[in-house]
Design a binder for this molecule. Structure first.
Ligand SMILES: *[C@@H]1O[C@H](CO)[C@@H](O)[C@H](O)[C@H]1NC(C)=O
Ligand SMILES: *[C@@H]1O[C@H](CO)[C@@H](O)[C@H](O)[C@H]1NC(C)=O
Length: 552
């Protein structure tokens, strides 16, 4: 036996010593509509921004300027901030680190205001987070995950060249981050700042953002997706462009999304880049935009008239020579929905409202039921899931977990934390949605990852062997291996979210219930920028738990 075969077999042998299957009962409601669970009744803050890090901890944060939160800072620390609008001395936390496996949390310290900010995880796993409001509008903050209790935010105030409030970030193939737009900012800039004497930090104009700003803006938190050709897809209001950030030039204007209604903040639809499939002869890239609010809804909501949200999704294959939007109806209208790519390639749309828009007190008729969107189906692409028990309106968020659940948190449509005397109380809880694939019914076909070669490093165009077990193996044609870049989610958009279906060159039987999939690392850094991804084996549409891999 070769060394590699022995290495592959060890985890299987270990696994067979510890049986992990138990007698299961059928739970068909779960298998059809998924299931919700309350995970934490209160984390002390309302999770306006969330990012899963590669140590299975989620960094969450809110604003700093609404007064105290419901979680004290540890070790007697306090924020002393003469610039803060609400509290000059504040001994409560506005950021927490939530550990998924142990369901515990730790307060973190942020000094400057992170309200409506943006972020990206760098290839080395450090979160770089940008902007906010007031004294935080030009701050850069870093958070490097650690496996003990020591790490915290490190802030670099004043380092951005412009105020970034409601901007969108995207990690780039060369490991830089582009920060696009923000309120009254029709420009972009790059991070990290290259320090050079005598050069002031600079930003580069982007007229497209000016052209797409209307009376209530409707182009904030633009939907930015890095495309396989290295250009950016940028969607704002109703328009979208193919943008070459290296040359500062718009290469192509796509047709406006049909219907004429805005999709970005405060109309707040959502968007994903559908999975990029490396098994196709020529790579295709398709963008989906769902929900939002009809033009004028923000002004109407300010007058107490909550207009029904948009019920449509548009999808466009941006790699076609002359692409066009294809529209379809969601099961129900929704603004402020969060769209997340699930490990099996479906898209979940959760949170949000059926009427009104983003903005203080501007949302109404919360939509409790997530819907699943199956992009590859030809008919019945949508299905309605089980309802959550808690409304998630403005300032809520959602992230995918390694185990395939979707964690939701936040919801605070008020200037302060208000729990009584308001229609939609501030929500400090975390809930998890388990999609149908997590039902026990699917355990017979559920793969379990046992081992990934090369210490979980996935090299570009390099072969990688993923050993997994599955009780009832169907066939190699039912197997796919996918990697997902976790999103920085805020305001209904998952920044940096992407999924790549790895090129699969075969599935080989080992022994017992063990197989290994031979896959090839991403072709280019444009397809998958370097960094940490969750790798999933999917068998018969049922995903394994994810394993962290580093693409480099
Ligand atoms: C990652 O890179 C950033 C920027 O260079 C640096 O500040 C940070 O310390 C690095 N993190 C790790 C874990 O090395
Ligand atoms: C919301 O909370 C703030 C601060 O605690 C308070 O001043 C305000 O009256 C509350 N609003 C309502 C509607 O209860």
């Amino acid at each position: 036996m070769s060394t590699i075969t022995i290495m592959i077999l060890i985890p299987f042998i270990l696994a067979s010593l510890f049986p992990y299957f138990e007698a299961q009962t059928l739970s068909s409601t779960f298998a059809n509509q998924g299931q919700w669970n309350l995970v934490q009744p209160s984390v002390g803050i309302s999770a306006m921004h969330m990012q899963l890090l590669h140590n299975d901890k989620i960094i969450m944060f809110d604003r700093t300027d609404f007064g105290h939160s419901y979680l004290p800072l540890s070790n007697g620390r306090c924020r002393m901030d003469p610039n803060d609008i609400a509290l000059k001395v504040d001994c409560s936390a506005h950021s927490v680190l939530y550990d998924v496996p142990t369901n515990t949390l730790r307060p973190l310290m942020i000094q400057t205001d992170t309200w409506c900010s943006s972020g990206s995880v760098l290839p080395n796993g450090t979160l770089i987070q940008t902007g906010g409001y007031n004294d935080g509008e030009r701050s850069i903050r870093m958070f490097t995950p650690c496996f003990d209790e020591t790490c915290d935010w490190v802030e670099f105030p004043g380092l951005l060249s412009q105020r970034r409030w409601y901007a969108t970030n995207q990690i780039l193939p060369d490991a830089r981050v582009i920060v696009v737009g923000g309120r009254r900012q029709f420009n972009y800039e790059f991070l990290p700042k290259t320090p050079s004497p005598n050069s002031s930090p600079s930003s580069i104009p982007l007229n497209f953002l000016q052209q797409t700003s209307d009376r209530s803006e409707n182009n904030l938190y633009p939907f930015v997706h890095l495309l396989p050709d290295g250009n950016l897809f940028i969607f704002a209001n109703t328009k979208s462009v193919l943008f070459d950030y290296k040359q500062n030039s718009v290469i192509k204007e796509f047709p406006p999304i049909p219907g004429g209604d805005p999709r970005n903040y405060p109309s707040s639809g959502s968007s994903v880049l559908l999975p990029l499939d490396e098994n196709l002869a020529s790579l295709e890239a398709e963008v989906v935009v769902c929900g939002g609010a009809p033009r004028g809804s923000f002004e109407s909501a300010a007058r107490g008239n909550f207009v029904q949200a948009l019920g449509t999704c548009g999808r466009i294959k941006v790699t076609d020579p002359n692409p066009n939007w294809v529209m379809e109806n969601m099961p129900m209208p929704r603004a402020m929905g969060d769209m997340l790519l699930l490990p099996n390639g479906d898209v979940v749309i959760t949170n949000g409202v059926g009427a009104g828009t983003a903005g203080w007190e501007h949302g109404h008729d919360p939509v409790l039921t997530p819907v699943l969107f199956r992009p590859s189906e030809t008919v019945n692409r949508f299905s309605v899931m089980a309802p959550a028990s808690r409304p998630r309106l403005y300032h809520s968020s959602a992230v995918l977990l390694r185990d395939g659940r979707v964690l939701v948190g936040g919801s605070n449509p008020h200037v302060f934390y208000n729990f009584t005397g308001v229609e939609y109380p501030t929500d400090l809880s975390l809930e998890a949605f388990s999609p149908p694939y997590l039902a026990l019914d699917f355990d017979p076909v559920r793969p379990t990852i046992r081992y990934i070669t090369n210490n979980n490093v996935l090299g570009y165009r390099v072969f990688c062997y993923v050993t997994f077990t599955v009780p009832n193996f169907a066939s190699a044609s039912e197997v796919s291996v996918k990697i997902v870049a976790p999103s920085f989610t805020t305001h209904s958009f998952g920044q940096n979210q992407r999924m790549v279906v790895l090129k699969l060159s075969g599935v080989t039987y080992l022994a017992g219930e063990a197989y290994y999939a031979t896959v090839v690392g991403p072709s280019t850094a444009e397809i998958a920028p370097p960094g940490y991804y969750l790798l999933f084996v999917v068998h018969k549409g049922v995903p394994s738990s994810g394993s962290w891999v580093q693409v480099m």
